[in-house]
Design a protein around this ligand. Sequence first.
Ligand code: AP5
Ligand code: MG
Ligand code: ZN
Length: 214
Amino acid sequence: MKIIMLGAPGAGKGTQAKMIAEKYSIPHISTGDIFRANIKNGTELGKKAKTFIDAGQLVPDELVVDLVIDRFKEDDCKNGYVLDGFPRTIPQAEALDNALKAIGDKVDFAIDVEVPDENIVRRMGGRRACVGCGATYHVVYNPTKEEGTCDTCGGELIVRDDDKPETVLSRLEVYHNQTQPLIDYYKEQGILKSVDGTVDMKDVFKAIVEILGA
Ligand code: AP5
Ligand code: MG
Ligand code: ZN
């Protein structure tokens, strides 16, 4: 099963993708996590990506597309994957379609997690991310058992650099201009499914499982 998560920054794509990956035993491929790992490790890619990410802008398509398509060649992608944060522009979506078409394959579902902008700003302020495994928490909506420590791996929790209020606003603007058009793109393909992302994360997940099938 090949799934794309769509939705504004902070809509809960990562939160839901992680649960989907566990339930359906497919890898969770997050381009944001890949970039953050590269920044942390000081790689060339990380250096290039950082200036865009810190400004709340998208990393150029040419730095993203091959990275993701190469990732599909790994063994764990045999039965599919859940893509979180990719594609984010029409050219990225077309590149993905073409790469899959070349091997006689296609995306099965594009799931749009719908959350209005007002809720987003509130969520980002309380988000905490694990430096070890990328797990995401929220100080109010999804707290860890022990403050500052990841439940899954014991890693340290941090506030993401791009969660500053002014950067969140540019990310939202970029989302509306460059990523939202993908909703129509996948609607036209007949694979778009929308879920209400404002309810409790467990209920969002239930709605997704209804779409994907138990
Ligand atoms: P990326 O890491 O993908 O960030 P994003 O799209 O801005 O999305 P987020 O990760 O911020 O939010 P999310 O939807 O995953 O929400 P989460 O589950 O954490 O990308 C970062 C940057 O990298 C981009 O800005 C760009 O520069 C670059 N980049 C990445 N991919 C790229 C690409 N393909 N092309 C170009 N550039 C790219 O949830 C948010 C918070 O809300 C958490 O605290 C969570 O606990 C809480 N929460 C979740 N669900 C609920 C709920 N139902 N109720 C209450 N709280 C909830
Ligand atoms: Mg995320
Ligand atoms: Zn962790």
